[in-house]
Design a protein around this ligand. Sequence first.
Ligand SMILES: [Zn+2]
Length: 178
Amino acid sequence: VAGFTAVPGLEAIVARMIAPAVEDIGRQVEEEAKKLAPPTKQWITVEDDKVRVTHRAAHGQIVPDNLRFSVPSMDWDMKHRGVGPITYFKQPRDESSRAVANLKHCRCITRTDEEGIAREVNRTGAVFEGHEVKVTVYAQGKWIIQAEYGTVYPGNLPAPGTHFMARAAANVATRREG
Ligand SMILES: [Zn+2]
């Protein structure tokens, strides 16, 4: 065993030394997470007086691209298609929603925002806790959990997660291993 003389406060000094490298990793993970974050989509009606009430209620609704819009159901669909009070659409006229009446003659569209979730990804600067240095990359917003992990809607309609945060960390780790 080689001799070792403890330097008082060495761990704190080391933490300061490696801080720039840790910050660089944080920066890379943040950048990768923003790249992998799903877009958001917004339900848009044509805003004339023929737009049905249920779609008027959905106008302006924004969700991550992997999720579904929540739109009030139409009576016919509840009676004949077994949908609940809310119909879950990937996009207007989405047959996987199991609705029929709520699709007919629909003229709605979706508007995509590529940066929708990316804008909610952020990172802290280096934080020193004793002999540790820590950088946190985080995402904060109404839909982050569902964007990452997905969800299952009533009627067993799946919305898979995008795992953009987990994949960002994994990608940066892989890159650093060469
Ligand atoms: Zn419509």
